[in-house]
Design a protein around this ligand. Structure first.
Ligand SMILES: *Cc1c(COP(=O)(O)O)cnc(C)c1O
Length: 330
């Protein structure tokens, strides 16, 4: 690795101690999000469900945790030079917000056809936007080049130790508030949230089965777990736009392989059904990707009946028109 940040990464895999250190850095900066319970959800599943509501996190998704931790971990000179990433979604906004809070200039590489609302939100936090052509250019290559040319630290959306450790604090808070759990459902894109939360589960609730959940259209994570190596697939077509990743990370996969019991998939229709449930019954807006874990728990049946089950609601960023169209169609 040639990015300046690489020098700060430990050689071994991320540990729970890294998650605990991230929690100290995040104290007072990230929201301690609520754990929601619902009698209706419990009746429906026969389980005791604990929903960790990261849709209420700063910038609307858990991504703020990893982004803030990654910038906090940089040496002061590197922080002053700045950071770069190539995610147009929740991670880009989270990094822009964290950079503004920590005094680090942020550059976000975005596709030329990114929704205007996302570009505006990211720019609103003061980030510098570099546009690329998604049909011609390789965004990771552009990110690496900018890192080198401008001396910026590359903070990718999931395959980064400080990002993984930061995301793990969502799980840490859940176990500290809800107590030991029999099972934990976590949505899965590139695996930052899943690997981080698996570290927290192992440390705080040994014996808790951790289940990753990805869209039916793109089960590269499940294939990777079965095969014992990272499997690459074409970019999946799904309404879960935060989980349209085609492969797991080099840093996330070894943790997932060691600490995650299984990976399940859910359909787009089940995601819409879950969005309706949260809006109608619990009065909360959860974006499609944010419903992956919940939809799997709603379909679990006997596997979770009578058990204490954690579910991470990963985010709530969806524009109202799209939200309305999706829930109206169901
Ligand atoms: C990024 C994201 C995910 C996937 O997280 P990974 O760490 O890439 O697995 C899930 N839900 C939301 C809302 C996200 O923004």
């Amino acid at each position: 690795m040639t990015a300046p940040a690489a020098a700060t990464l430990p050689a071994g895999l991320v540990t729970y101690e890294d998650v605990a250190r991230a929690a100290e850095r995040l104290a007072g900066a990230a929201h301690h999000t609520p754990v929601l319970v619902s009698r209706m959800a419990n009746e429906r599943t026969g389980a005791s469900l604990f929903f960790k509501a990261e849709n209420f996190q700063r910038t609307g998704a858990f991504k703020f945790r990893g982004a803030y931790n990654a910038i906090s971990a940089l040496a002061p000179e590197q922080r002053a030079r700045g950071v770069v990433t190539y995610s147009s979604g929740n991670h880009g906004q989270a990094l822009a917000c964290a950079g503004a809070l920590l005094g680090a200039p942020v550059t976000v590489v975005m596709p030329h056809d990114a929704p205007a609302i996302k570009v505006a939100a990211t720019r609103g936090y003061g980030a510098d936007i570099v546009v690329y052509d998604r049909f011609r250019d390789d965004r990771e290559e552009i990110g690496r080049r900018l890192a080198q040319e401008r001396g910026l630290a590359l903070v990718p959306p999931y395959d980064h130790d400080d990002v993984i450790a930061g995301q793990g604090t969502a799980g840490k808070e859940l176990f500290e508030e809800a107590g030991p759990l029999d099972r934990l459902y976590v949505c899965l894109g590139g695996g930052g949230l899943l690997s981080g939360c698996a570290l927290s589960a192992k440390a705080l609730s040994p014996g808790c089965e951790v289940i990753g959940v990805e869209p039916e259209a793109g089960d590269d994570g499940r294939q990777s777990l079965r095969k014992g190596e990272i499997v690459r697939i074409p970019v999946p077509q799904t309404i879960a736009d935060g989980a349209m990743t085609a492969f797991l990370g080099e840093r996330t996969f070894p943790i997932i392989r060691r600490d995650v019991a299984d990976i399940e998939t859910v359909s787009d229709a089940a995601l819409v059904e879950a969005m309706r449930f949260f809006a109608e019954r619990m009065k909360v807006v959860v974006e499609p990707t944010g419903c992956l874990a919940a939809a799997a728990s709603f379909a679990a049946g006997d596997a979770i009946a009578g058990r204490r089950v954690g579910v991470i609601l990963s985010g709530g960023n969806i524009d109202l028109q799209r939200f309305a169209a999706l829930v109206a169609d169901a």
